[in-house]
Design a protein around this ligand. Structure first.
Ligand SMILES: Nc1ncnc2c1ncn2[C@@H]1O[C@H](COP(=O)(O)OP(=O)(O)O)[C@@H](O)[C@H]1O
Ligand SMILES: [Mg+2]
Length: 254
């Protein structure tokens, strides 16, 4: 489904852009249809940048991205527009992804209308169907984001993404702002959506338990590189890198 090879990204910052941050340094990975690659690593290791690069939300310096059999590395913004509904992202903070002045209904409709044509009744039915799927009732449709809990907002964001019927979603720490009890429910919704629609996920998290529970394979990121990648089971049993071992140990000792 997705194949990323040797991708690199440098940010220019500091006065006059003289300082450089090599955020992602020659990274390769692939994700099969309906599978999840977990991406774990400390804050600042380049996980979010890699997620955005894979979706072409930001341009890379070099490297190749093949999505659904197409090389999209050199796609223009216009060409990407057609693909955008297939490749989506779910952010950590659902509140910042929703317009505070818009009703939930409007927020759900907007991206769908941007990408699709079709009559209102059809869209209303799809919205109702997706809300039900993510465990929300239609009474929330007239509300605004501040009237909902964090868990409800993230469910709305999931419903909004699912309305587009994407093939690939980057989940960038999708539950790290939520209470632990709510986390598990939201993860269940994401897992069910994957099962139902064979969606591929890049699941970014610093929570090793969560990554383990959700991923087929796990990649460990350190200072802009993927230093180790194996099946979830093997990584926990036999981490190859000392850094991974330390990461596992630190986590277990929390
Ligand atoms: N837009 C940006 N401009 C400049 N530097 C950035 C930008 N985004 C990320 N970085 C830098 O790139 C590195 C990786 O960041 P990020 O991908 O957000 O890591 P993570 O998601 O693993 O915490 C960090 O050093 C960060 O400061
Ligand atoms: Mg991040």
């Amino acid at each position: 489904m997705l194949n990323v090879s040797n991708i690199t990204k440098t940010f220019k910052n500091g006065l006059f852009g003289r300082a450089h941050t090599l955020a992602v340094n020659g990274v390769s990975f692939s994700i099969r249809t309906g599978q999840t690659l977990g991406l774990v690593g400390m804050s600042g290791s380049g996980k979010s940048t890699l997620g955005r690069l894979a979706l072409k939300l930001i341009p890379c310096d070099s490297g190749r991205i093949i999505f659904d059999g197409m090389e999209i590395s050199h796609f223009t913004i216009k060409q990407m527009k057609k693909l955008r509904k297939d490749m989506q992202i779910l952010f950590q903070n659902p509140e910042s992804s929703l317009n505070p002045r818009m009703t939930i209904n409007k927020s759900l409709e907007e991206p769908y209308r941007f990408h699709n044509t079709g009559d209102n009744q059809y869209l209303d039915e799809r919205i109702e169907e997706q809300l039900k799927f993510v465990g929300l009732g239609s009474e929330i449709l007239d509300r605004r984001p501040h009237q909902l809990s964090g868990g409800q907002l993230q469910r709305v964001c999931i419903a909004r993404v699912l309305l587009l019927q994407p093939k690939f979603i980057v989940l960038d720490e999708p539950t790290s702002m939520l209470d632990v009890s709510v986390q598990a429910q939201v993860i269940d919704v994401l897992k069910n959506a994957q099962k139902k629609h064979a969606i591929s996920y890049l699941f970014i998290s610093h929570d090793l338990d969560l990554i383990k529970a959700c991923s087929n394979d796990i990649a460990v990121m350190y200072k802009g590189r993927i230093i180790e990648q194996q099946s979830a089971v093997d990584l926990y049993k036999q981490p190859k890198e000392i850094y991974t071992k330390q990461l596992l140990d630190t986590f277990l000792n929390f």
